[in-house]
Design a protein around this ligand. Structure first.
Ligand code: PGU
Length: 451
């Protein structure tokens, strides 16, 4: 009850603050309010419109979807959402995914029964191996890991957060500044208090390791810490392995609880193992940690909503009790997860040929993004665009955090029909050799016109 009360009051506080800022504003409606006699009066007449999601909302945000969809310009370019596009600017379904789907369709023994609450057992085992390392992880060998299939990365984060709010003594989570916009909302609504730690240095457009270590150093013992496993969104800035080791030592010495968000495994370096190194470092020391995995980007399964939450515990007995409690979080939320996406992932992960084909296709996507970085950098150098643009090739993963101001972004949208989030984040995966010159022209004009 105590936990439930605390969550309710956190939620109430959240709603108050939100309502004050008109975000998610909810006003209790009553049928007896002012114009109830009119025939077309709705009991929801007092509800205020909520702001649209800056990245995903289908009704569209000012800078991204709706404006992009409405724009008749033939040169318009959507670099808002972090979704992979081909050189031709088209969404990509991986060949290996098509092959796996074909196998599934042809298999007449497959049925559409409910999955268990924790999802598809094969999928869970294979997902843990993918992030923790097939043979090497003592955590897997010792049955110290519990993995549950969730609704992509977002669902995995939310289930983990709900579990923590219910069962963990510390209810504060520290997230990097800046971070993916949905993190704060996910953790707040689960009942966790959200604080930030310094991460990005706008001057160097790189990692503020000093600030990061200071902020973690002053976090209360036991606090939860959200870490992007690789390809940090939106900055594209990751710690080096040495810096990860410094961070790990500090986290363990202060008994902080690491919660990894792994939404881009394979997208940073093109190597699945390479991009899992940060997580494996933490699991290797025998301490506890949470990992939210998403297959949206690395298998291109965005709309299938397939992901996993793994909790690494100190003993097999604890892991099994944790799993029993995870079921109590999931059952009233969505009962059990969907079957199709997890079947595709399992088919690919368990078959050596399909797995190898996947790694090649993944590498090709990562390489195309790296090529786009190089081309954009060269194009800006060729134009003599004022400023140091080397961060475009230094940053990694799907995004470049350009350092462009909101005004400059608005200018690019208005004058060049280029759509990106107002913080200056560009999804490099949305670029192609054909569109790089247009973007470079726009950036050049923006930084020379608006200083
Ligand atoms: N974590 C991070 C760091 C992310 O960037 C994203 C997606 C997720 C989790 C959640 O992804 P799932 O689709 O739930 O697996 N961020 C993208 C996609 C659009 C969005 O905002 O959801 C982005 O463009 O930032």
């Amino acid at each position: 009850m105590e936990g439930a009360d605390r969550r309710l009051s956190t939620l109430a506080r959240h709603l108050q603050t939100s309502a004050a800022g008109h975000e998610n504003a909810t006003i209790t409606c009553s049928p007896t309010s002012s114009s109830s006699s009119s025939g077309d009066h709705s009991i929801f007449a007092n509800i205020l419109p909520a702001p649209e999601d800056p990245i995903l909302d289908p009704r569209g945000a000012v800078f991204v979807t709706v404006a992009y969809n409405k724009d008749p310009s033939p040169v318009k370019l959507n670099l808002g959402v972090g979704a992979y596009r081909t050189e031709e600017g088209k969404p990509l379904v991986l060949n290996v995914v098509r092959r796996a789907e074909q196998l599934l369709v042809n298999d007449r023994s497959r049925v559409k029964e409910y999955l268990p609450i924790v999802g598809f057992a094969d999928f869970n085992k294979l997902s843990a191996k993918l992030i923790l390392g097939a043979d090497s992880s003592p955590a897997i060998k010792g049955n110290l890991v519990t993995t549950v299939q969730c609704l992509s990365g977002t669902g995995s984060l939310r289930v983990g957060a709900e579990f923590l709010a219910k069962h963990y003594y510390q209810r504060t989570i520290y997230i990097p500044n800046p971070t993916w916009g949905n993190h704060t909302k996910i953790f707040n609504l689960a009942g966790l208090a959200v604080k930030t730690y310094r991460y990005y240095d706008p001057l160097t457009r790189g990692l503020n390791i000093q600030g990061l270590l200071e902020d973690l150093g002053s976090a209360p013992s036991g606090a939860i810490l959200l870490l992007h496993a690789c390809a940090h969104n939106p900055t594209g800035v990751d710690p080096t392995l040495e810096q990860w080791e410094q961070i790990r030592r500090l986290i363990r010495s202060k008994s902080l609880l690491p919660f990894f968000d792994s939404a881009y495994q394979g997208f940073a370096s093109g190597s699945l193992d390479g991009d899992a190194q940060s997580v494996r470092m933490f699991v290797g020391d025998g301490g506890e940690c949470f990992i939210a995995q998403s297959y949206a980007k690395n298998m291109g399964l965005y709309g299938e909503r397939v992901g996993a939450l793994s909790i690494v515990c100190r003993t097999a007995d604890v892991a099994s009790r944790v799993e029993s409690q995870l079921k109590l979080v999931i059952r009233p939320m969505y009962s059990s997860p969907p079957i199709h996406g997890a079947s595709i992932v399992s088919a690919i992960l368990k078959d050596r040929n399909l797995y190898n084909e996947w790694t090649l296709e993944l590498k090709a996507m990562a390489d195309r993004i790296i090529t786009m970085r190089k081309q954009l950098f060269d194009a800006l150098c060729a134009r003599g665009t004022p400023g140091d643009w080397s961060h475009i090739i230094k940053q990694i993963g799907m995004f470049t955090f350009t350092g462009l101001s909101t005004k400059q972004v608005m200018f690019m949208t208005k004058e060049y029909h280029i759509y990106l989030t107002s913080d200056g984040r560009i999804s490099m995966a949305g670029l192609s050799s054909r569109t790089v010159p247009h973007l470079a022209d726009a950036i050049h004009a923006a930084v020379t016109t608006i200083v």
